[in-house]
Design a protein around this ligand. Structure first.
Ligand code: NDP
Ligand code: 2IT
Length: 442
């Protein structure tokens, strides 16, 4: 296995996040490969690590002053054994092929864990939406979709949001798809507006789902979220709805952050103020402290994980919680860490937390509520239906309980009780591997 990973690094140079994400999965697969020699013989690990298709394209656009910019667009269609490629689009200056591949690789197993028929893909661009006007974002999205549209389809590839892509961007991209194709095909994107094919609870789903997953982990230990001190990083889509659900379950959420720094609010985060600043004004988190009054402090830079907590929910970006941060959390008595973001904990942090006996929810299980609700949106679209919020949220809750149970039981079966990393990786891998075995040499 390690010689295969050496070869993977050699064939995919300069992609450290992809190397990290693949190694983290490969390290946990030994028991299933030993128990299922037909999987090893069919080289399914090697096949799954190779994307089915990788698309890269030029995205030219003009800013409000008339200056021309050239960005790069990506879509990695990683695995379609279980269904159409499904996964978000990320607009952030750090996006490159290796980032998109790590996200697409994680997405394969995450989507498999939902139990639904969705394959894995991911895309995006190195475009930076920060500080851009609505008109500039629209022109960028239109140019991006002018190329991407030819690769989409409800049975082929169905993108959604991720960092820097929310309802506004999905709207601009859907509009351009319609203009180009002259077809109103709801099923080509998810995260749409509620009036034109979107699903209730999709906006809330990732954050709500991670809190539900955390509650299930705590329940195994005879605890719940009521009265717990919770720290959250980020202040985007995932962070905001993580805070909302954690508060609804009685937790005191002390923090949130953005790339400039973090907020500590001793009285608990004022969610209405946070939503106003982030969702309406698209402002910076430092403004929260200026407007909240004495209970809140803004710490520029620094690490939000220095704040002692019972439960920590990283919800910003990859590798934001390192070994030192994990040791600080463990010293302060953290009981659970669950990944709202994709791969926010470094490998060293994961080792520290697992060795300390902290309940650790890996992103591919814990944050699967977003993509699961995207699949519910696809179901509503194909049936031309629109469910109530209660129905969509109810199905989300059931799916999250199912993912928790699958990970928990798989970890027990493979001799690693309580280890959700082992449970998630093996259960996700087995579902995809079995589908590929049955479909021939693909
Ligand atoms: P948003 O763009 O809504 O918010 C991202 C937040 O993270 C912002 O507060 C942003 O701050 C911060 N952030 C982004 N990049 C960095 C960075 N390099 N360093 C520090 N802070 C950073 O994105 P989402 O909330 O949708 O996504 C957050 C995470 O959740 C990502 O890892 C994403 O892949 C994952 N995820 C998202 C899902 C979804 O449905 N949206 C589903 C499953 C996982 P700033 O504005 O300063 O950049
Ligand atoms: O990382 C993720 O799971 C997402 N960004 C959501 C993907 C989706 O298709 O809803």
């Amino acid at each position: 296995m390690s010689s295969f990973h050496h070869e993977l690094i050699r064939r995919n140079p300069g992609e450290p996040e992809f190397h990290q994400a693949t190694l983290e999965v490969l390290e946990t697969l030994a028991p299933v490969l030993a128990a299922r020699p037909e999987i090893a013989a069919a080289k399914l690990v090697e096949r799954i690590c190779e994307p089915e298709r990788q698309i890269m394209f030029r995205v030219p656009w003009q800013d409000d002053a008339g200056e021309i910019h050239i960005n790069r667009g990506f879509r990695v269609e990683f695995n379609s054994a279980l269904g159409p490629y499904k996964g978000g689009l990320r607009f952030h200056p750090s996006v490159n092929l290796g980032i998109v591949k790590f996200l697409g690789f994680e997405q394969i197993f995450k989507n498999a864990l939902t139990g639904l028929n969705i394959g894995g893909g991911k895309g995006g661009s190195d475009f930076d939406p920060h500080g851009r006007s609505d008109a500039e974002v629209m022109r960028f999205c239109q140019s991006f979709m002018t190329e991407l549209h030819r690769h989409l389809g409800e049975h082929t590839d169905v993108p959604a949001g991720d960092i820097g892509v929310g309802g506004r961007e999905i709207g601009f991209m859907f509009g351009q798809y319609r203009r180009i194709t002259n077809r109103w095909e709801a099923g080509i994107l998810t995260g749409k507006g509620l009036q034109w094919g979107g699903s209730h609870a999709r906006t809330e789903a990732t954050g709500y789902g991670n809190v539900l997953f955390t509650a299930e982990m705590l329940k195994q230990r005879g605890e719940d979220l009521d009265g717990q001190q919770v720290t959250v990083s980020g202040s985007g889509n995932v962070a905001i709805y993580t805070i909302e659900k954690a508060q609804a379950l009685g937790a005191n959420v002390l923090t949130c952050s953005d790339s400039g720094g973090y907020i500590v609010d001793e009285k608990g985060i004022d969610l209405a103020l946070l939503k106003e600043i982030k969702e309406v004004e698209r402002g910076r988190i430092s403004e929260y402290a200026e407007r909240r009054g004495a209970s809140a402090t803004y710490v520029p830079g620094g690490s939000v994980w220095d704040v002692p907590a019972d439960v920590a929910l990283p919800s910003a970006t990859q590798n934001e919680l390192d070994g030192d941060a994990a040791r600080t959390l463990v010293r302060a008595g953290v009981k659970a860490v669950s990944e709202g973001a994709n791969m926010p904990a470094t490998p060293e942090a994961v080792t520290v937390l697992r060795e300390a006996g902290v309940a650790f929810g890996p992103g591919k299980a814990a944050n699967a509520g977003g993509v699961a609700t995207s699949a519910l949106e696809m179901r509503q679209n194909s049936g031309r239906e629109s469910w109530t919020f209660e129905r969509a949220e109810g199905e989300l809750a059931e799916i999250m309980r199912g993912i928790h149970a699958t990970c928990f039981e798989t970890a027990e079966r493979y001799g690693a009780p309580g280890d959700y990393v082992v449970g998630a990786n093996i259960a996700g891998f087995e579902r995809v591997a079995d589908a590929m075995l049955e479909q021939g040499l693909i």
